[in-house]
Design a protein around this ligand. Structure first.
Ligand code: MN
Length: 433
């Protein structure tokens, strides 16, 4: 009994569903007092600053630190006077959790420290509509996995054969590839339709031009919070100590370029023209209430990939398409729990050969598709390789993403009346240069 009780993690006080804030938060907000994610904003000509958010109010953490509100937490004085979260994340989980905990205290209904200081409140809180949100982390390296079984099955069925949809290695390791870090952009950035080589089955030689099959990929990503040195491996049991938090992720893809180029070395120009992420990093600690068990893994995985406990997360995911001048249509509803391989296995696999990881590295899940056809995570699957048009509200139909379309990914967990959201990653497609 005693052993059982000690295995249970105590609740993180900042996650307590009964907490209320003196800042007004709408019921459908992604950012109640229980969330307190981290991001980087810029207001006018001021230099970028690290922030959190509650409701629709951005919280300038640099001002709070300068004014002594984080006394007792040994932070470098310029840690929030930065254009990325990397220096803050580098201080370690003890510090970052202490900051989230202290923020939670300051924002509680019964706490007067900040609530009654009108002069300071004006400097600390800024409506989110008045700031520009920047890319939250300096991403050194970016890896994209392929961890949803339904997605891998769908793609394998379309491109190869439904009988042998999953390649022989798929259930033995979290398959992935190294992506391009420097073309990761923040939500709100316009995406240029990429050009490249394509060759359809009917064509005898390749042609060059704008992609005709531009696609989104509905993904989640985690951000590394602690570095390792070359030669070191991270086991599944320690993996979460190396994870700072999560964002929404859209791994933009050009399917016709991909089909022609991907053999034998995998994705290249079909993917590296842009990927986009949401501006707020939700800490793994804030996601604690949404842990769920994963699927039974059959065949049994090798020892270094085995794990115990709940390492999947129940996060509802949605994608919307809004053609220029038309209504927004929700085109899919999936869930982060629809992944076969979890974050512990992904990190353990990535480092098992001694590959080092660094603060700010980004690991994306791969497209997250559910079982039903209205829960698929890409146009490739929703339109079944361009054979079934999707009807949008109004007149439009879509096989793939068109110029002028705005694609928005949203995500949130909901439990005991508390909604922990990720905000959104939204981008408009511009016609090719
Ligand atoms: Mn992907």
């Amino acid at each position: 009994m005693w052993l059982l009780m000690t295995k249970q993690q105590p609740m993180i006080e900042a996650n307590n569903p009964s907490l209320k804030s003196w800042i007004h938060v709408k019921a459908d907000s992604d950012f109640p007092i229980q969330n307190l994610p981290f991001g980087v904003f810029k207001k006018g000509d001021d230099s970028p600053k690290v922030a959190s958010i509650i409701g629709d109010q951005v919280i300038n953490l640099h001002v709070l630190l300068q004014e002594g509100f984080f006394e007792g937490i040994e932070l470098p004085l310029d840690v929030f006077d930065q254009n990325s979260l990397n220096p803050f994340i580098t201080t370690g989980k003890k510090m970052t959790n202490a900051v989230r905990g202290r923020l939670s205290e300051l924002l509680r209904l019964e706490n007067q420290e900040l609530q009654t200081n009108n002069h300071l409140k004006e400097k600390v809180f800024i409506p989110v509509s008045e700031v520009e949100m920047l890319l939250p982390v300096k991403v050194g390296d970016y890896t994209d996995f392929y961890s949803s079984e339904q997605h891998a099955f769908n793609v394998g069925s379309m491109f190869r054969d439904p009988e042998n949809a999953l390649l022989p290695n798929w259930k033995h390791m979290p398959v992935g590839y190294h992506g391009r870090a420097c073309s990761i952009v923040v939500s709100g950035t316009d995406i240029l339709r990429p050009k490249g080589q394509t060759k359809s089955k009917e064509q005898t030689s390749p042609v060059f031009g704008p992609t005709k099959r531009l696609d989104f990929e509905l993904e989640m990503a985690f951000i590394v919070g602690k570095s390792t040195t070359l030669g070191e491996s991270v086991g599944t049991d320690q993996a979460e100590e190396f994870i700072f938090g999560f964002t929404l992720f859209n791994d933009w893809s050009a399917r016709d370029i991909q089909t022609w180029e991907y053999v034998p070395l995998g994705p290249f120009l079909a993917k590296n023209f842009a990927s986009s992420m949401s501006p707020w990093v939700v800490t793994i600690e804030a996601m604690e209430p949404f842990r769920v068990s994963g699927p039974k893994q059959e065949p049994e995985v090798l020892e270094y990939l085995s794990y115990s406990g709940d390492a999947h997360f129940d996060v509802k995911l949605e994608v919307y398409i809004e053609p220029e001048g038309e209504k927004k249509t929700k085109i899919t509803s999936s869930n982060y729990r629809n992944v076969y391989w979890n974050i512990r296995q992904q990190l353990a696999h990535h480092t098992v050969n001694g590959c080092n990881i660094n603060v700010g590295d980004l690991y994306a899940s791969g497209t997250i598709s559910g079982k039903d056809s209205n829960s698929f995570g890409s146009m490739l699957e929703l339109s079944w390789n361009g054979t079934r048009a999707l009807s949008l509200e109004g007149e439009s139909q879509r096989l793939f993403v068109e110029d002028g379309d705005t694609v928005t990914v949203r995500g949130f967990g909901e439990r005991e009346g508390v909604r922990i959201g990720f905000g959104e990653v939204t981008n408009k497609i511009l016609k090719a240069k």
